[in-house]
Write a protein that binds this ligand. Structure first.
Ligand SMILES: [Zn+2]
Length: 338
């Protein structure tokens, strides 16, 4: 996903939290910095985010799956359709879509698939690591942040105020988390086939960029001023829903699925994204290990516009919803044990 889409997804997620109305302090943390901290939503994609001129590199943007061909852990890497739908849980558009559409059939669903990332370098790890870090950073917030985060810090008198997390920095870290949550929803980030780096990927992302529009470009949002009108910005974000056929219904944001952490939950989303990509590009036509790379117009925009409309709707809906869910999960962990 590119800058404009990442920015819109995160800002739309703030609007969803606001519309749900259950986490007003979390909205109070994020909304004032919807302009200023929104760079966090796209910075993780840029080389400069890994310190230009150094060898530092943090790569957690994909979870590219392929057939698992070893013999020892077949069960671990196999998940049938019904089980995946239930793991994703109600409220997610990917779950509803996969529940009622099965062009892949049992042969596909009963095969084992595994991501190819080196240890620790895939989306679920990135989301979990950042989510856990954010929890720690929220615990020791500055005075403004302390007033918003539930509970209070024991032994605060021993913590130097200069060492505490600033409220605007906390907003930026949450925007950064949105990046990885959204990347998990991009079907091409979750499929190892060559087509992932090809013209389909770029064509699809360019179409999202055009639909979101340049109201969410970095040039428009920066520099933010103290009086940046964030009500207007959230309204503009809601205003893009129609481009993707989104309907958030009663704006309810589901709580965490039972017995999951952010790692496992994101892994299920990656698995669903992989299934969606396999629906768009059938493995019969584009086999694993093959070099064929279709264009966006061949398989989606002209070749199958109905499927494109469905996939846009479920992918962007869940990118927004999952971002709100991940933020809320962190926030509510201060109120109750998970
Ligand atoms: Zn990315």
């Amino acid at each position: 996903m590119e800058q404009v889409a990442h920015t819109w997804i995160a800002i739309r997620a703030i609007a969803l939290l606001e519309d749900e109305g259950k986490t007003t302090d979390l909205v109070g943390l994020l909304k004032p910095y919807a302009n200023a901290a929104s760079a966090g939503a796209w910075l993780p994609d840029l080389a400069l985010a890994t310190r230009r001129g150094t060898g530092a590199s943090i790569y957690h943007h994909t979870m590219k799956m392929a057939l698992y061909t070893e013999a020892d852990q077949v069960k671990r890497f196999t998940m049938d359709r019904k089980t995946l739908v239930s793991k994703l849980g109600p409220g997610r558009a990917m779950a509803a879509y996969l529940k009622s559409n099965d062009p892949l059939g049992n042969v596909w669903w009963n095969a084992p698939y595994k991501g190819d990332a080196p240890p620790g370098r895939h989306i679920p790890n990135g989301a979990m690591a950042l989510g856990t870090t954010i929890k720690h950073l929220l615990i020791m917030g500055d005075q403004q942040l302390e007033a918003l985060v539930p509970g209070d810090l024991k032994d605060r008198q021993y913590v130097n105020a200069d060492c505490c997390t600033r409220r605007q920095a906390a907003a930026m870290y949450l925007f950064m988390l949105s990046h990885f949550v959204a990347d998990a929803c991009m079907p091409l980030h979750c499929d190892k086939r060559k087509l992932s780096g090809g013209p389909l990927h770029k064509g699809w992302e360019d179409s999202w960029k055009a639909k979101v529009g340049d109201g969410f470009s970095k040039e428009k949002l920066h520099p933010a001023t103290p009086d940046s009108d964030t009500d207007k910005l959230l309204k503009a974000a809601r205003g893009r829903d129609g481009e993707f056929g989104l309907d958030f219904g009663d704006n309810a944001i589901p709580g965490p699925r039972p017995k999951t952490d952010l790692w496992l939950d994101t892994m299920y989303v990656c698995r669903a994204s992989f299934a969606l990509n396999s629906i768009a590009c059938s493995p019969n036509e584009y086999p694993y290990g093959g070099a064929k790379t279709p264009s966006f117009s061949t398989v989606l925009s002209e070749g199958n516009p109905e499927l494109l409309a469905d996939l846009d709707r479920v992918v962007l809906h869940d990118a927004v919803l999952n971002t709100a869910m991940a933020w809320k999960r962190i926030w509510e962990s201060f109120e109750k044990s998970e």
